[in-house]
Structures are given as structure tokens and as C-alpha cells.
Ligand binder design. Structure first.
Ligand code: KIV
Ligand code: ZN
Length: 506
């Protein structure tokens, strides 16, 4: 069976989604999860784009083992050298360089001739090859490039040493039949001299269909992102393309090395870190993807799952009906469950998560995997705390002006403040803003329930902006006002870290 390589670009193209920027620690967390998921290549960033991108690629290269780490570079000497500096510490590394090839881009954006573009592409692949064996080249806007010229560029970069040629549908313009034919023409021209990769954008909602058509016509690598995030309408969705190949192995006669049981956890981690929610009806990872509403379907399912279910929820790691632990569960059972869920935590992290679990078990009778994952991800994504919530009590009701009394620890000092607001969350936020003297603006406030029931753990996500810098904060609690306060405090802690980082580097 043919193996299709999965090249994940969540940390590069995915991060180009409006509002999706991640800090270095968050990127490392995502990269480690991508390794658990089993992706072949992680495009960790665009090192020349900013010092933060460079640092992220460099740290992922030295801290994340198990996948090839790729750095993106325009077909420019300074970009390629910077990408090399960033990836050189990785045990397996790749430089991914690109140059536009469509007449539209060459004429209006770069003002260079086809010949110049080809020459530069060949030279820069050669330069990248002087640093590393594994070089990928992308003719940007390939799907709007005249096919004869595209074939010449592809052949020339392969001759120059590119081991992968990636064909991007940069503007999401192509269609499955057309793209399939383009990939076939490339395969006929270069045979097995290089791996053909595809990189599809979703402007017409065809990114996954186009990628699959490419696989059927000889592509050996698919570039994709978790939850399909990415520039504009996003990229080919990792979970959709992987599950399509798995479910229709009979048709594609190809498979990936992805451990599909890690899909849901990866999707949730990326949602939590980027703050970009998944639409409920999204294939594979949407909240309704396995919810059967119709009576006829439910009847069929009860008789035989195969009647209406083409993927078992367990295949993507969904076990949400499973009751895991309760108030009387001990440390041992908790640790065993963490292990089953795939978490490797330090003894201190286990201890803190266990304390939080016990606290939650006092408030909530049944604790599900999703609850544990929320507690643990809070623990794993912990950042230094300038502020920590000591206590919060709120008075509100139909006929009372809401008021919140807050105790907040600022470094080593506990301060207390009461504030009134338009609602209980507003009152709590006013109290926090007053004692922290924050100048940040609240951009986004979102609430979601982790499981069902009125005692469910509620999760709040907020986005704050201060001096043009945006951060996200999360907080979870069975009390939604406390969850909201935790999320705000978490975001303020991230801003404090950024301020310290900026002071240190200026
Ligand atoms: O969409 C695109 O063309 C890209 C390239 C850099 C591969 O993201
Ligand atoms: Zn792209």
C-alpha cells in the first residue's frame, strides 16, 4: 500500500488565520502533540518573518523529536540562510523554499520574467541543498500557471536537488478533475525522481477534494492543517483528508501513518490555543459529527452501527459517553487514566492536576475524559503567574446591581476589591482591571460547556489587546463567573510575560 506523507502546516499557514497567533510555548505544545498524532513533517514557521517565528522554529527543532522539522523561506538568500539557522538543530530537517510561477504574480507582484523566476528558483534550491539534503520547492500559484512552464520549473528544481515539489493551489481556485490532471502531468514528467506534494486552500470549499484527487493521480504528500485553519478560508483539513484516506482505503489504495485516535485531542488543543472554534457540523471533529438526530437513523444504529456510521467515534479518539472517575477515585486511578489518555506529565504536574480533579469532583458528580483533558491542558500550558485568583464572590439577581468582591494575589501581596458592573462577569472584570491597573482591551469573550448537564465544567476564552499585542486566556470551572475570572487573569499573566520578554530583548 502506498504511504502518503502528512505535512502539517498548522504552525505556519494555520497561524496565518486571522487572530490565530500563538506564542513559542504554545507552538511547542502543538508540535509535541503533532508528533503524538504521527505527522511526518511539521512546518514550524517562517523564520525570516519575525524574531518570534525564528525562535519558535529553533526551539521546536531542538525540543521536538520524531518528525521532520521544516522552515519556510522565500527563494532569497537571506531567507534560506535564516531558515537553515532555525532548523539546523533538528535531528531531521527540511528547508521549504518557494517562488511564484503564475504570470499574474510574476507580472503584477514581482515584475520578473518567467526565465528570471526559473533561474532564481533553481539557484535557491541549490543554495538550500548546500545546507541540507531534504529540500522542498513550491511554485506558488501553481494552479494559475501555464502548464508547460510549470512542468519546466518542476523539472528544473528537481534537477537542482529538490526532493519534494509541492504544488500549491494558493488562491483555492482549482477543481478536483483539473487538479488531478495537473498532478498526473507532473507525475508523467518527473516520475519517482521527487515526491509530489499538494497544498490546497479552501476558498471554494474544495481543498480536501482537490488534495484527494491529487493523491489519486500520484501525489505522495499532502499539506494540511488541524481543523483546516489557515490563510483566508483555510487549508486542507488534516482530519478530513486523513479520515477520507483511511475510510476509503479500498478506493485510494493509500494510507497515512497518522494515529487517528489522537485526532480529537489535537483538534481540541488547537482550538484552545488559537481560540478559533470548530463549527458544530464540521466533518470529523465538529460537535455534531457523530450525533444522529433522525428517528430512522437512530433505529438503524441501534440494530447495527454500520447502517448509518462510516467511522466509529473511537477511531478519532472520542469516548465522550464514558464515565471515568468520581469523587472517590484515588491518585492511582487518576494517574492511570491520564496515561490511557496519552498524557505524560511530570510528578508535580500530576499532583496539581489531581488536586484540581478532587476539587472538581466535589462540585460535579461524574467526571468525563473531556473534563480531565481540560484540567490537564490548563496544567500543561501553565505560565508564570504574576496574578493569581485567591477568591471571588459575586452578588447578582433580577433586582440587584451586580457586585463582585475579589481577592487577587499580585506577586506576593493579596489585594481585595469590590466593584459593581452591568452583570456578574462585568463586575468581576472591573474588580480585576482596577487592581491590576491593566490598560488592555477585551476583544473577545466566549463561553462553552465541556460536557452536558447543569453541573458541567464551563470553559471561557478571552482575547485581550495591549499596545498592539494580542493574547488569549482560558479558564475552566463549574462556576462560569469563576471560569471567566480565571480566563481574564490567565490572559493578564500572558501580557505580563510578554512585557518582561520585550524589556529583556530591548
Ligand atoms: O499557499 C501557498 O502557496 C503557500 C506556499 C508558501 C506554499 O502557503
Ligand atoms: Zn498556503
Amino acid at each position: 500500500m502506498r504511504i502518503i506523507r502528512i505535512f502539517d502546516t498548522t504552525l505556519r499557514d494555520g497561524e496565518q488565520s486571522p487572530g490565530a497567533s500563538m506564542n513559542v510555548d504554545e507552538k511547542i505544545q502543538v508540535a509535541k502533540q503533532l508528533v503524538r498524532l504521527g505527522v511526518d513533517i511539521i512546518e514550524a514557521g517562517f523564520p525570516i518573518a519575525s524574531p518570534g517565528d525564528f525562535e519558535a522554529v529553533k526551539r521546536i527543532s531542538s525540543e521536538v523529536k520524531g518528525a521532520v522539522i521544516a522552515g519556510l523561506a522565500r527563494a532569497k538568500e537571506e531567507d534560506i540562510k535564516r531558515a537553515w539557522e532555525a532548523v539546523r538543530g533538528a535531528p531531521k530537517k527540511r528547508i521549504h523554499t518557494f517562488h511564484s510561477t503564475s504570470d499574474i504574480h510574476l507580472k503584477y507582484q514581482f515584475r520578473v520574467s518567467r526565465e528570471e523566476a526559473l533561474k532564481r528558483s533553481v539557484e535557491m534550491v541549490g543554495l538550500a541543498r548546500s545546507f541540507v539534503k531534504d529540500v522542498e520547492f513550491s511554485p506558488m500559484d501553481a494552479t494559475r500557471t501555464e502548464i508547460g512552464y510549470l512542468l519546466d520549473v518542476v523539472e528544473a528544481v528537481v534537477e537542482a536537488g529538490a526532493s519534494t515539489v509541492n504544488i500549491p493551489d494558493t488562491v483555492g481556485y482549482t477543481t478536483p478533475a483539473e487538479f488531478g490532471a495537473m498532478i498526473k502531468a507532473i507525475k508523467d514528467r518527473i516520475g519517482d525522481r521527487a515526491v509530489i506534494s499538494v497544498h490546497c486552500h479552501n476558498d471554494l470549499g474544495l481543498a480536501v477534494a482537490n488534495s484527494l484527487a491529487a493523491v489519486a493521480n500520484g501525489a505522495g504528500q499532502v499539506e494540511c492543517t488541524v481543523n483546516g485553519i489557515g490563510e483566508r478560508a483555510g487549508n486542507c483539513s488534516m482530519e478530513e483528508v486523513v479520515m477520507a484516506l483511511k475510510t476509503r482505503k479500498d478506493f485510494y489504495r493509500a494510507e497515512t501513518k497518522i494515529n487517528t485516535k489522537e485526532i480529537i485531542r489535537t483538534s481540541r488543543l488547537v482550538t484552545r490555543i488559537t481560540g478559533i472554534p470548530v463549527q458544530p457540523n464540521k466533518a470529523i471533529v465538529g460537535a455534531n459529527a457523530f450525533a444522529h438526530e433522525s428517528g430512522i437513523h437512530q433505529d438503524g444504529l441501534l440494530k447495527e452501527k454500520m447502517t448509518y456510521e462510516i467511522i466509529r467515534p473511537e477511531e478519532i479518539g472520542l469516548h465522550h459517553t464514558e464515565l471515568v472517575l468520581g469523587k472517590h477515585s484515588g491518585r492511582h486511578a487518576f494517574k492511570a487514566r491520564l496515561k490511557e489518555l496519552g498524557y505524560e506529565l511530570s510528578p508535580e504536574e500530576v499532583e496539581t492536576a489531581f488536586r484540581k480533579f478532587k476539587h472538581l469532583a466535589d462540585q460535579k458528580k461524574d467526571i468525563f475524559d473531556e473534563d480531565i483533558e481540560t484540567l490537564v491542558s490548563e496544567e500543561v500550558s501553565k505560565i508564570p503567574e504574576t496574578y493569581s485568583l485567591v477568591d471571588l464572590s459575586v452578588k447578582s439577581g433580577l433586582k440587584v446591581k451586580p457586585a463582585a468582591t475579589l481577592k487577587l494575589k499580585i506577586n506576593d501581596r493579596v489585594v481585595e476589591k469590590t466593584a459593581r458592573g452591568d452583570g456578574p462577569v462585568d463586575a468581576a472584570y472591573k474588580a480585576i482591571a482596577s487592581v491590576t491597573k491593566t490598560k488592555s482591551d477585551l476583544l473577545k469573550f466566549e463561553v462553552k460547556s465541556i460536557t452536558g448537564g447543569t453541573d458541567a465544567l464551563g470553559e471561557v476564552m478571552v482575547s485581550l489587546e495591549e499596545d498592539g499585542k494580542k493574547v488569549r486566556g482560558q479558564g475552566a470551572d463549574t462556576d462560569i463567573i469563576v471560569a471567566a475570572a480565571k480566563a481574564y487573569v490567565n490572559a493578564l499573566n500572558k501580557l505580563a510575560v510578554r512585557r518582561r520578554h520585550d524589556r529583556a530583548s530591548s
